[in-house]
Write a protein that binds this ligand. Structure first.
Ligand code: SAH
Length: 421
């Protein structure tokens, strides 16, 4: 989501991006507020630019994204070297804001929610890149008690179908082969009687689009219509990220996740009945206020029952203004205990992921080649249908093509293989 917004910011400015802050006329730190760590990171990166502003006061420095939305005006007081604060919904206003700052030398805060042109600025697309994100929705209508997203990104606004298809087709014309639709709860997308399954079917009709992915799905919004579309549209990749957060019904209910452990497990079965080779990854929050040893064991037993392909797990972080931050005042889990639980869960996941990766040795996978491998330019890198990174020896002319690769090694975070000719 933030990567997408950063690319929109690049386009909103119609400026040439640079990696060197010393050379930049404008520096914008785009931020995430989901956990406390992320928001501290934002402050420390802004701090780094203080001396650049002191040296050259004509440099314009701003903060954008969810931390900007969360603290607003207070950020101008806290950091005298910044010129503007821009909420995530205000990206289309950016170029106007910059011109005003240049003209009037006035510091600005833009954090209103009622931005009409919400989807107007499309993201910068790096030439030759074969994958791209397309936003289908902004904000969120769920009210998970731990989550700050609805507060900083506002209520759910769905983008019109035609708009989504137009942006997707434009990207495909530029050579993109794989699109990932993004939204906070992407599969709750609806517009004018159309539902998410219809969006997938419509995208499946776009010529030369080879792969369709989407993230992040909300479990309760997985419908038969969606599963049928995933099954029928051949471009849909057989991998789904489906955050479960906890395996304990008591905790799920305190989180207001609106489903039970049993319901989640049944949903995975329905997905597997329709698409037998589908792989599932998830997110887990450890140490939610009041999480008992028993609740945590329920999460571990769910991990064993489902055996996720991979998982992202986080220690609960109290966010300002959320209900769970209040629960934590009375019911916080001891941080050492939470860390021990997190380590145990992550060690378990490592074993499962390693085992699953090893089990792919000898199989032939279809890989969309994205570029050279980061560590070794003799190797190319791409993803399998199941969203695993697969590196193999090959020449650069294969970038952008779908090729068959035989898996020879299963590492923890990636696979290695040999091109099948
Ligand atoms: N709706 C988006 C939210 C992204 S946040 C999505 O589902 O992708 C990504 C993950 O961060 C969530 O699934 C959750 O596991 C975790 N998270 C959110 N708020 C948190 C908090 N207060 N503390 C710890 N982890 C949190």
């Amino acid at each position: 989501m933030n990567e997408y917004d950063s690319d929109r910011i690049k386009n909103a400015l119609d400026a040439e991006p640079t990696d060197d802050p010393k050379k930049a006329d404008i520096i914008i730190v785009n931020t995430c507020a989901i956990r406390e760590k992320a928001d501290q990171k934002a402050f420390s990166s802004l701090g780094k630019y203080k001396h650049l502003k002191a040296k050259d006061p004509s440099k314009i420095i701003g903060i954008s994204g969810c931390v900007a939305q969360l603290y607003g005006e207070a950020l101008l007081k806290k950091m005298p070297h910044i010129d503007f604060v821009l909420g995530p919904r205000a990206i289309p206003k950016l170029s106007k804001i910059i011109s005003e700052i240049e003209r009037e030398k006035k510091r600005t805060v833009e954090t209103s929610y009622d931005i009409e042109e919400l989807f107007e600025v499309e993201p910068y697309h790096q030439k030759g890149k074969v994958t791209a994100f397309v936003s289908v929705q902004q904000g969120c209508n769920k009210r998970c008690t731990y989550c700050i997203v609805p507060r900083v990104r506002g209520d759910e606004v769905n983008r019109p179908l035609d708009d989504i298809l137009r942006e997707t087709a434009n990207l495909v014309n530029k050579g993109v082969k794989e699109i990932t639709f993004i939204g906070q709860t992407v599969n709750s997308w609806k517009e004018n009687g159309y539902k998410f399954g219809d969006l997938i079917r419509a995208a499946g009709e776009i010529d030369d689009l080879e792969r369709i992915r989407f993230t992040t799905s909300y479990p309760r919004d997985i419908t038969k219509r969606m599963i049928d579309a995933m099954k029928d549209v051949p471009q849909v990749c057989h991998h789904l990220h489906l955050p479960v957060q906890s395996g304990s019904n008591r905790v799920l209910s305190k989180m207001k996740r609106t489903y039970t452990r049993e319901w989640y497990i049944d949903t995975i079965s329905r997905l597997k009945d329709a698409i037998p080779d589908i792989t599932i990854s998830t997110d887990i929050i450890i140490g939610f206020p009041g999480e008992s040893d028993n609740d945590f064991e329920e999460t571990m037993s769910l991990m064993r029952e489902i055996e996720f392909e991979s998982s992202y797990s986080f220690k609960f972080s109290p966010r300002p203004g959320t209900l769970a931050a209040d629960f934590a005042k009375e019911d916080a889990v001891d941080p050492h205990k939470a860390s021990a639980r997190l380590t145990r869960l992550q060690e378990y996941q490592k074993d499962i992921t390693a085992r699953k990766n090893e089990s792919r040795i000898g199989q032939i996978e279809e890989v969309l080649v994205e570029g050279e491998s980061r560590n070794d330019s003799e190797f190319l890198s791409g993803r399998t249908d199941h969203n695993r990174i697969l590196n193999f020896k090959g020449t650069k002319d294969l970038i952008g093509k779908s090729v068959k690769v035989k898996v020879t090694e299963g590492l923890l975070n990636s696979l290695r293989g040999e091109l099948v000719v």
